[in-house]
Design a protein around this ligand. Structure first.
Ligand code: G6P
Length: 585
C-alpha cells in the first residue's frame, strides 16, 4: 500500500524523508511526493515513478525546511498521474496531507466541499482530507484534526503539515507509528521509515490523533481526550534492512533462509504453550491468510490432520465473510500474516471476534495490528522482509508450523530439525542448476506446477512467485487433477514442473510426468531422486522427515522466479502493480 512519513526536528527534513520513502517503497510505488514547511510556507514536489527517479527529476532532497511529510503511492482512486500523487494541498495552500487507505464517503464529501467553493486538483479520494482540514483550521490544528477524522468513513492513516509548522497524524484501520528520536519526531506507516534514526517507537491505536508541535508530542482520541501509549524499543536493527552484498532484497532474503528455519524455532515457551492450549481446546479450527500466507494455512491444515488427526478448515481471507459464518466462543481462528496488517486478514479476525471466537496468530511483524489483537501470537522471527514477494517469511511460517505441530502432537517431528537448516543451506548453495533451467524457460508463456499432498501448496506458492516476479502465466495444480482438464493444455513449448520428492507421492506423480511428456511438454523435476522422464532435474536433498520437504522444494522455485524476473528486466524487489502490505480491501 502507500507509505507515509512525517518529520519534525533539528535536521533538514527533505533528505530524511526521501531516505525513509526509499526504505518503505516496498509498500507501494507508483508515485512519490514530499511537502516541506519553510519560512512560513508549504512547498510541494511530486511526480510519478519510483523514489530515486522522481528525486532525480525534481531534486526533492534539496527542498528547504526542517519539517515535512512524504508519501509513496499505490493507486486506488484515480490514475497514476503527477496530480494524483500525494501530498495534496487545500485551496489556500496552508495545509498539505498524505494519506494511506480509502475514504469511502469521498464522493459525498467532495460534492459538499465543491458546493462550499473548494476547487479540487486531483481525482483522488484523499484530497477531501486537505479541504476538510482547511475548513476547520481556523479553530486550531487540534480541532481541525478531530472534526476531519469524524467526517471520514473508511480506513485511513493521515499525516498533515500545517502552515504554522505543526505535523499531525491520525489513524483508523491503517498503521501509523511515531518514531521518537533525540532531536525530533517521525510519524510513519512503518518503523522502517525511521529505524535509521531511532529505535524508539510509539504505536498508535485506531482512533488516535497525534500532534507534534514545537518538538512536543500530544496524543488524543477523536473526542479530544488525552491518551498515553508506552515507548517501545524496536527489536529490528538497521543491518537487517540493508541489501548488503546482494543485488536485490529478494535475493538476500532467499539466501537468509537457513537462519530463518533456525530462528523460527526460538519461541517464548509460555506463549507457545498458551497458543497450543487454545488450539487444543477448540471445537472448530479455522486457519486464514492471504497470498503466500494462505499457502502456509494449507500446510498447517495438512500437518494437523496428518499428525494430530485434528480437523481444521482453511479460508482465504478475502473470502472469509462468506465462509466464517458459523463460529462461536468455542471456535478458534488462526490468522497467518507476515505483515500482520493485511486488511482482508484483519477483516477475518474481526468477523471471528464478533462471533466470540478466540484469535491466534502467526506474524513476522510483532508490533502489527494482528499481533496486538490476538489472544496468543507467535513470531516467525525472520527479521524484516523487504522484497514484495514473500520468501523467507514463508519458510519461517512453515518452520513455526512444524514447531506447533510437534508441540501439539507429542514430538512427532523430533528428528532432523538441525538437518533441515543444513538442507536449506545446500539448496540455497545449489542455485546453478536452477539458473540453467531458468535459461531454458525464459521465453515460456505458460508454466504449470504439479504436486500432491503437502507438495500441492508448494505448486500453488511456486506459481504465485512466478506470476509476481516474472509476470508469467503459471498455475499450481493438484497432480491428480491433471486428467480432469489440464492435460488438454499439454503440448510442445509448455513447461511443467513436477514437485516430486521421493516420498509416498513419488510414483503417482512420475506417472503424471509420463502423461505430460507423451503430449510433447517439457518436464522439470524438483526431487531428491532423478528419473528418465525429467527433461531437467533440480536436485533437492533427501530428508528423513518427509513433512519438511516443502521448505526445500519452495526455495528452487523462488530462485527460478527471481532468475526469470532478471531475464525479463523486471525488478524482483518491486513487481509492477503489487504492494507488500495490502491494507485496503
Ligand atoms: C501481498 C503481498 C504478498 C503477500 C500477501 C499477504 O499480496 O504482495 O506477497 O503474500 O500480501 O501478506 P501478509 O503480510 O498478510 O502475509
Amino acid at each position: 500500500m502507500c507509505s507515509i512519513i512525517g518529520y519534525k526536528g533539528k535536521n533538514a527534513a527533505a533528505p530524511i524523508l526521501v531516505d525513509s520513502l526509499k526504505r518503505m517503497e516496498y509498500r507501494g510505488y507508483d508515485s512519490v511526493g514530499v511537502a516541506t514547511f519553510d519560512s512560513g510556507s508549504i512547498l510541494v514536489r511530486k511526480g510519478t515513478g519510483k523514489v530515486l527517479e522522481v528525486n532525480r527529476n525534481l531534486n526533492i532532497d534539496q527542498m528547504a525546511g526542517k519539517i515535512g511529510i512524504g508519501h509513496t503511492r499505490w493507486a486506488t482512486h484515480g490514475g497514476v498521474t503527477d496530480k494524483n500523487a500525494h501530498p495534496h494541498s487545500a485551496c489556500k495552500n496552508d495545509i498539505a496531507v498524505v494519506h494511506n487507505g480509502i475514504i469511502e464517503n469521498y464522493q459525498e464529501l467532495k460534492e459538499e466541499l465543491i458546493g462550499a467553493g473548494h476547487t479540487f486538483a486531483s481525482e483522488t479520494d484523499s484530497e477531501v482530507i486537505a479541504h476538510l482540514l482547511e475548513i476547520h483550521y481556523s479553530s486550531g490544528v487540534k480541532e481541525a484534526m478531530i472534526e476531519t477524522c469524524k467526517r471520514l468513513r473508511g480506513n485511513f492513516a493521515i499525516v498533515a503539515v500545517f502552515q504554522d509548522g505543526t505535523i499531525c497524524g491520525a489513524r483508523y484501520e491503517e498503521p501509523l507509528v511515531i518514531g521518537v528520536a533525540n532531536d525530533g519526531y517521525f510519524v510513519s506507516s512503518d518503523v522502517l521509515g525511521f529505524l535509521e534514526y531511532t529505535d524508539k517507537a510509539i504505536f498508535l491505536e485506531n482512533g488516535d490523533i497525534c500532534i507534534v508541535d514545537n518538538s512536543k508530542l500530544e496524543i488524543f482520541d477523536f473526542e479530544g481526550r488525552p491518551i498515553a501509549h508506552p515507548i517501545t524499543q524496536v527489536a529490528w536493527e538497521l543491518g537487517d534492512i540493508d541489501k548488503g552484498k546482494y543485488a536485490h532484497y529478494t535475493l538476500k532474503e532467499i539466501n537468509e533462509q537457513r537462519l530463518t528455519v533456525v530462528h523460527a524455532g526460538r519461541q517464548d515457551q509460555a506463549m507457545m504453550n498458551k497458543f497450543c492450549d487454545i488450539l487444543a481446546s477448540a471445537k472448530d479450527i479455522y486457519i486464514t491468510g492471504s497470498g503466500t500466507s494462505y499457502h502456509s494455512t494449507l500446510i498447517f491444515k495438512h500437518m494437523l490432520a496428518r499428525f494430530g488427526k485434528i480437523r481444521a478448515e482453511t479460508v482465504v481471507s478475502s473470502e472469509s465473510q462468506y465462509a466464517l459464518t458459523s463460529m462461536d466462543r468455542n471456535s478458534v481462528l488462526v490468522a497467518i500474516s507476515q505483515s500482520g496488517e493485511t486488511a482482508d486478514v484483519l477483516d477475518s479476525v474481526r468477523l471471528a471476534r464478533n462471533q466470540g471466537s478466540k484469535i491466534l496468530s502467526i506474524v513476522n511483524v510483532t508490533t502489527s495490528s494482528l499481533a496486538r489483537i490476538s489472544d496468543a501470537c507467535l513470531s516467525t522471527n525472520c527479521g524484516p522482509e523487504i522484497g514484495v514477494a514473500a520468501t523467507k517469511s514463508f519458510t519461517g511460517q512453515l518452520a513455526l508450523i512444524y514447531n506447533i505441530t510437534d508441540r501439539l502432537c507429542e514430538k512427532c517431528l523430533e528428528t532432523e530439525r538441525a538437518d533441515l537448516a543444513v538442507a536449506v543451506e545446500n539448496v540455497v548453495a545449489n542455485q546453478g542448476s536452477v539458473i540453467k533451467v531458468a535459461e531454458q524457460m525464459k521465453d515460456a508463456s505458460d508454466i504449470y506446477l504439479l504436486g500432491r499432498s503437502l507438495h500441492y501448496p508448494i505448486a500453488l506458492e511456486g506459481a504465485l512467485k512466478l506470476k509476481e516476479l516474472a509476470y508469467v502465466h503459471a498455475e499450481g495444480i493438484a497432480a491428480g487433477e491433471l486428467k480432469h482438464g489440464p492435460l488438454a493444455l499439454m503440448e510442445k513449448n509448455t513447461f511443467v514442473i513436477m514437485i516430486n520428492p521421493h516420498d509416498a507421492t513419488f510414483n503417482d506423480t512420475i506417472s503424471n510426468a509420463h502423461e505430460i511428456k507423451a503430449r510433447g511438454a517439457t518436464v522439470v523435476g524438483i526431487s531428491d531422486r532423478n528419473d528418465d522422464v525429467y527433461d531437467y532435474w533440480i536436485e533437492i536433498p533427501h530428508l528423513k522427515e518427509e513433512a519438511y520437504y516443502p521448505v526445500v522444494e519452495v526455495i528452487p522455485l523462488q530462485i527460478l522466479a527471481y532468475q526469470l524476473a532478471l531475464a525479463k528486466n523486471a525488478d524482483p524487489d518491486y513487481p509492477r502493480n503489487l504492494a507488500k502490505s495490502v491494507t485496503v480491501r
